[in-house]
Design a protein around this ligand. Sequence first.
Ligand SMILES: [Zn+2]
Length: 231
Amino acid sequence: MERLQGLVDIPEKKECTKCHRVLPISYFTKTLRNRIGKAPACKDCASKRFREYRSNPEVKEHLNEYRKEFVKKPEQKKRLSEYTKKYRARPEVKAKDKENRQSPEFKEKLKEYLQRPETKELRKGYRKNYLAKPGVKDNIKKYMDAYYSIPENLKKRKEYLKEYVSRPEVKERSKQYIKEYYSKPENIEHRKEYLKKYKQRPDVKEKNRQYYLENKEKINKRKRENYKRNK
Ligand SMILES: [Zn+2]
């Protein structure tokens, strides 16, 4: 109170109790704890002390916990998301963002992120929700039909698929899938039923007949060999 009323003379210079430098009074922060209203140690020493305090593992942990709990609060989340939106809308930030997205580091990071199992699950969920919205599926179909009605696009797609199924890892995967599929009796049964019906189709019967007529020799030879082998 005395100080506020101008009753205390504030010195122009003061010695720091830590580093013992004599420094101008502006080098000392305000405090209400003593008569002259200035901290005993200089700003440099105070910030050094604060840095040391913060780098203590226990304090670090504590601050992190506090931060985590703080950002979880709904009003805090809202504030943060509003701030982020505004920040990203700035022209200079947008430009920088675009530039970053084209860097090899970003692409590498993105690739790594997309390959994480939890990311895949998350995206599956998004996709499901999106497709469940009314009209979305119809729109996609319309778009696809238009796209593949252009012969060049269809040709590209077919070429890509051909290349894709010839990849060793894809081949291995589909082999595994088929193996798993036919390890279930109901699937084998289903397949049998399907083949039976398939063979009875008039067009298939006709095709088989043609094939037989054209390859009579070969087929009969194979049959004889099989017969001999099984005897
Ligand atoms: Zn000092």
